[in-house]
Design a binder for this molecule. Structure first.
Ligand code: RUB
Length: 316
């Protein structure tokens, strides 16, 4: 649980919605779980600073600003909607209700991460080899928890072009004492085979009702490689990563970022560049999602989402 003092400090440091949206767009705050928590905190800050008279209007505008910051991670939209869900009609009670909901969101998200880490560490064999992609705070928590449980594991992490999130993953794992090796993205399939990888563990930006996973571009290629070698592909995903909007047929938009990120300063005249930064991994390639409530098979995601999310009246 987040302690009182810590919560107060975090609230004090929370960014305004415009600033939070900027930090998310520029990836100074990145990774779906952190994006969701920062949105909830930013809404709590609006509630704290608004007057009873203007809170409702300001919160609704803030929610829209935050949701528009990045399109693929559903935790952002869920964080906003869960924080602003079912608010009291009475303006005098609204602000406290929003702060309470934001705090519950943040605490639930952090508790989910810890629970998932515990559950995942039971899935990873002692002496096992794991491959991970990008930087997922949940995947890192899972691998550190496995290491701390006393199991000896080896981890391969790919660089994850063009933003090199693999550097964050490898640094964090090395600092935690995990045996970790950095590889280029295109070595993933070879390493899966050559190093007899036991399990692939990734995070999630969005899980849809059909059981598909939306995550950092390259996830699909790793999953295809794992499938071809019969290696389990496990996804660490708190329930905030599941998309209730997909029940209505709204599937994530794959974000496409500035081509300059791919070129990284190099000029190649006459060349077109594309930079899609997420991809969709089909349900058949995912072994299971490890959630705070237990494992969820791709075929069960629609039921899981229906049970987890209510009527969603007035949601953005
Ligand atoms: C990050 C990414 C991560 C998920 C899950 O992409 O795809 O795998 O967001 O992360 P980006 P977490 O770097 O573009 O945000 O487990 O931390 O929610």
């Amino acid at each position: 649980m987040v302690q009182d003092q810590t919560w107060a400090e975090r609230l004090q440091k929370a960014a305004s919605p415009e600033e939070a949206a900027r930090l998310i767009r520029t990836m100074e705050v990145r990774g779906a779980a952190k994006i969701g928590r920062s949105a909830a905190l930013s809404l709590a800050r609006v509630a704290e600073s608004a007057s009873d008279d203007d809170a409702r209007k300001r919160l609704s505008a803030a929610g829209r600003t935050l949701v528009a910051a990045r399109p693929t991670a559903v935790s952002l939209r869920n964080a906003v909607n869960l924080t602003l869900d079912g608010l009291p009609e009475d303006d005098a009670r609204l602000r406290a209700a929003v702060v309470g909901r934001a705090r519950r969101y943040v605490e639930a998200s952090e508790a989910a991460r810890d629970r998932i880490a515990e559950r995942m560490s039971e899935e990873i064999p002692d002496g096992g080899t794991v491959l991970t992609h990008c930087h997922s705070s949940l995947a890192v928590a899972c691998l550190v928890a496995t290491h701390r449980s006393g199991k000896k594991i080896r981890v391969f992490a790919d660089e994850t072009r063009p933003w090199w999130q693999g550097h964050i993953t490898t640094r964090l794992l090395a600092e935690a004492g995990v045996d970790v090796t950095l590889i280029v993205d295109s070595a993933a399939h070879l390493i899966l085979e050559m190093e007899e990888v036991d399990v692939v563990v990734t995070g999630a930006d969005t899980v849809t009702a059909d059981g598909a996973l939306y995550n950092k571009v390259g996830t699909r290629a790793v999953a295809l490689g794992a499938k071809s070698l019969d290696i389990p592909f496990l996804v660490a995903a708190e329930s905030h990563k599941f998309s209730p909007y997909s029940l209505d047929g709204t599937y994530p938009q794959i974000e496409e970022r500035d081509p300059a990120e791919v070129l990284s300063g190099v000029e190649i005249p006459g060349v077109q560049v594309r930079n899609p930064v997420f991809d969709r991994t089909a349900p058949a390639l995912v072994s299971r999602f490890i959630t705070e409530e237990g494992p969820v098979a791709p075929a069960d995601t629609e039921r899981f989402i229906r049970e987890r999310f209510g009527t969603r009246e007035g949601w953005i």
